[in-house]
Design a protein around this ligand. Structure first.
Ligand SMILES: NC(=O)c1ccc[n+]([C@@H]2O[C@H](COP(=O)([O-])OP(=O)(O)OC[C@H]3O[C@@H](n4cnc5c(N)ncnc54)[C@H](O)[C@@H]3O)[C@@H](O)[C@H]2O)c1
Length: 391
């Protein structure tokens, strides 16, 4: 694990003004939509960082974004990532890539080829092939590429990993995970999450990747071998639901081109079975808790709508003590949410100190392989093998 995951969880995020190499880190933002705001908020807390550039495909959007955030002297009249990354006068150390899913691979490859470090929003990409292409560019560049999974920095998520690694569960052989909402297709700022041409994948890529990361990271990211997957779009295609309240039901139903529900049965290396389901919308309140079964114990992690932050409550370990079946409660650690800050800070620390990516592509590749496998298997109507070439 890179040094940055050692960040003290109790440390205040306001007193982070570390002295660096004599100058501030120069950062750019590609894609100035919804999540770019969270990136900007974190950068503003960092005394050793200056945001010097921004780009968006929509003319004027980047300028409006920086104005709203009260940040001045930012060069932001670039019509896309390319022109910004081609501008050598910027001397960028790093970029935040905050574009929609279908525009993750291309700008990331472009930035790496230009010698710029990248923190890329989740999901890694849309397809496995894209992820492989990005990793080849990463390897060739020698630059840092970290994928934006902020729950990695949550102390309760870290507790889940510690429990799995402690041996208290014995050999882990089965994981049931997922999550979802009764009604929660995300269309707050338009249709970039629901159109095939911008999102590529729906609930799978938006929230499914978080559930997968929680459990796969906990058990050491074993390689997926086969996937039998299913996805559906009954709610997105219903003009009486998606966009209905904004008077856009018919329009959004026509545009909806991704999954709003998915399920899969995945075989992982080392004999672990992963049973997975995820929903943006469904006719039930929750698909249930996450459970991890081992030969000596079982772990229950209370469900959440989306594993983008912390766990849903206290953790319970079911095990035997001196022949007695018993339960141990691991109370939820309650503290201010600093996960997003730590995701950004850890990346920049690695850039500044020549460290490793805090959330490395070598792990998230397997997350992407599962998403890709579910989509392929669902389209095929049969189980698929996961094959990953040498990178
Ligand atoms: N980590 C989190 O908690 C979190 C939360 C929300 C979204 N996300 C992820 O962030 C990404 C963006 O989501 P969003 O809600 O901000 O989307 P959005 O549609 O609000 O914003 C994306 C912006 O990127 C711009 N863009 C696309 N391609 C570009 C390019 N090549 N160059 C310059 N600009 C480009 C678009 O014009 C748009 O303004 C998604 O992949 C999503 O999964 C992460």
């Amino acid at each position: 694990m890179a040094q940055n995951t050692q960040l003290d969880p109790n440390q205040s995020v306001q007193d982070e003004a570390k002295t660096i190499t004599g100058r501030k880190l120069r950062v750019g933002i590609i894609g100035t939509g919804w999540i770019a705001g969270a990136h900007m908020d974190q950068y503003k807390k960092m005394a050793d960082v200056e945001v010097v550039a921004g780009a968006d495909l929509i003319p004027g959007k980047a300028a409006e974004f920086f104005k709203k955030h009260g940040v001045e002297n930012v060069k932001c009249d670039y019509p896309s990532h390319k022109e910004m990354l081609d501008d050598e006068s910027l001397q960028l150390d790093a970029v935040s890539i905050c574009t929609y899913n279908r525009q993750h691979a291309e700008p990331t490859i472009y930035a790496l080829k230009k010698g710029v470090n990248v923190v890329l929003e989740k999901p890694f990409t849309v397809t496995l092939d894209e992820a492989i292409e990005v990793m080849r560019a990463e390897k060739e560049s020698g630059k840092i590429l970290s994928i934006g999974f902020q729950p990695r920095f949550d102390p309760n998520m870290q507790q889940v990993k510690k429990i799995c690694e402690s041996g208290v569960l014995g050999d882990i052989y089965y994981i049931l995970t997922g999550g979802g909402r009764r009604r929660g297709i995300p269309t707050p700022f338009g249709t970039s999450f629901i159109e095939e041409k911008t999102a590529g994948l729906g609930a799978l890529a938006d929230i499914g990747c978080y559930s997968l990361d929680m459990v796969l990271n906990a058990v050491g990211y074993p390689k997926p071998l086969t996937v039998s997957g299913y996805k559906s779009d009954f709610f997105g295609k219903d003009p009486k639901y998606c966009g209905y309240k904004q008077g856009k039901g018919e329009e959004y139903a026509k545009l909806f081109g991704v999954d709003d529900f998915a399920a899969a049965f995945v075989r992982l290396e080392g004999g672990i079975i992963l049973d997975f389901r995820i929903a943006w919308a469904m006719n039930i309140n929750t698909p249930g808790d996450t459970i991890i079964l081992g030969t000596k114990g079982g772990l229950r992690i209370p469900s959440t709508d989306c594993w983008n932050g912390s766990v849903g409550g206290d953790l319970t370990i079911y095990h035997e003590v001196a022949g007695v079946q018993t339960q141990t409660i691991i109370p939820m650690i309650q503290q201010p949410d600093q996960n997003f800050y730590k995701k950004m800070r850890s990346f920049l620390d690695a850039v500044r100190d020549g460290g490793k990516a805090p959330v490395p592509t070598s792990q998230i590749l397997y997350n992407q392989a599962i998403l890709d496998g579910i989509a392929r298997s669902s389209d095929l109507g049969a189980e698929v093998k996961i094959e990953i070439p040498e990178i």
